[in-house]
Design a protein around this ligand. Structure first.
Ligand SMILES: Cc1cc2nc3c(=O)[nH]c(=O)nc-3n(C[C@H](O)[C@H](O)[C@H](O)COP(=O)(O)O)c2cc1C
Length: 324
């Protein structure tokens, strides 16, 4: 069964899978591997560090001739970042978290597809208004920062709302069944983050990969505690899904106090390098479904073929155990 969708047609790619542009973790090697596997690799440009982007975009362009893109934290960048990124000739630019208004026209004027990630209907309205070519509807199951809507009801709501703009589903999708579900909800594909952290090419320490494989969705929660401790500047609207740790346990419910207690920041800062218990491990509620570290291109192929099989099983009423 082919999984051709308006997303695969529009981006001229094989599989309806996009790599989430995870800041600092989705570098050029991971984005190239996903693109070479037939998906859309998006480099995690984060806040737009020029040195980091120069290095990672050199890698992605050297390693793939297929479409790739770059994503940014909208609240943390400026127009110079967008202009510089467009000069690097990406096949897509993605904006998440914040008002895309100041940047959308600039991207669209170049003809580069504009992808906007949204966490609620107000953001979906803004994405439509500024002319997004693709909208990512992100549910609260997602790893890292996001909002409060659940993927299952939020995705079809955005699909109906944004029609005819194609929508990708994000948040809690970590295997072929999740991708199949996204397509059944009317999405044109899935944007996947955490599953790709457990790949050979992700820029994460081995301890993080292991924690994701060993962890359970029930051990994750949305919190502002680690952002407050880092002084990260994230808008209060967005919490982050992380693996629970002793620092989060200590400050849960005392966020105001933490924000004003500079002394409290010190244990976090000191521990970050060597104490896994205090490191922020941003990851999805779907980590129960992640059992091994794989090459990202293989992962793209397997997600697509398992999704096709899941859809076929659902269509003919023969639900059986998936391959993994
Ligand atoms: C470690 C990590 C870092 C992330 N960083 C970013 C980011 O810099 N920009 C962004 O748009 N989204 C970021 N996200 C969120 C993803 O875009 C996406 O919504 C999410 O990973 C989807 O949910 P999943 O993790 O369940 O697949 C991040 C997610 C993770 C897990």
């Amino acid at each position: 069964m082919s999984l051709a969708t308006p997303f695969t047609d529009f981006m001229a790619i094989e599989h309806p899978i996009a790599l989430a542009p995870m800041g600092g973790s989705a570098g050029g090697a991971l984005a190239a591997a996903v693109s070479n596997g037939g998906g859309l690799g998006l480099v995690g440009g984060g806040r737009g560090s020029r040195a980091w982007m120069e290095r990672e975009l050199a890698i992605v362009t050297a390693r793939t001739g297929k479409p790739w893109g770059i994503g940014f934290l909208t609240w943390a960048i400026d127009i110079d970042t967008i202009v510089w990124a467009l000069d690097q000739r990406p096949h897509a630019v993605m904006l998440s978290f914040g008002d895309p208004g100041p940047y959308a026209a600039r991207v669209r004027a170049t003809g580069v597809p504009l992808i906007i990630q949204v966490t609620d209907l107000d953001e979906a309205q803004r994405a439509v208004d500024v002319g997004a070519d693709l909208i990512v509807a992100q549910g609260t199951e997602a790893g890292g920062h996001g909002g409060r809507r659940a993927t299952l009801p939020f995705v079809p709501t955005v699909v109906d709302f944004a029609e005819p703009t194609p929508v990708l589903a994000a948040g809690g999708i970590a295997d072929g069944r999740g991708l199949a579900a996204a397509l059944a909800l009317g999405a044109a594909g899935a944007l996947i983050g955490t599953r790709f952290l457990a790949s050979h090419e992700a820029m994460v320490p081995a301890e993080v990969r292991k924690a994701i494989i060993d962890g359970h969705g029930a051990d994750t929660e949305r919190t502002r505690v680690l952002d407050l401790a880092r002084g990260s500047g994230w808008p209060a609207k967005y919490t982050a899904r992380v693996l629970r740790n002793a620092f989060v346990d200590r400050w849960r419910g005392r966020e105001e106090e933490l924000a004003h207690d500079l002394e409290a920041h010190r244990p976090y800062g000191q521990a970050v390098d060597d104490d896994l218990n205090a490191i922020s491990i941003w990851c999805s509620e779907a980590i129960d479904l992640i059992h091994e570290i794989e090459p990202a291109a293989d992962l793209v192929h397997r997600l697509a073929s398992d999704a096709a099989a899941a859809l076929a099983r659902a269509a003919d009423g023969t639900q059986t155990t998936p391959s993994r």
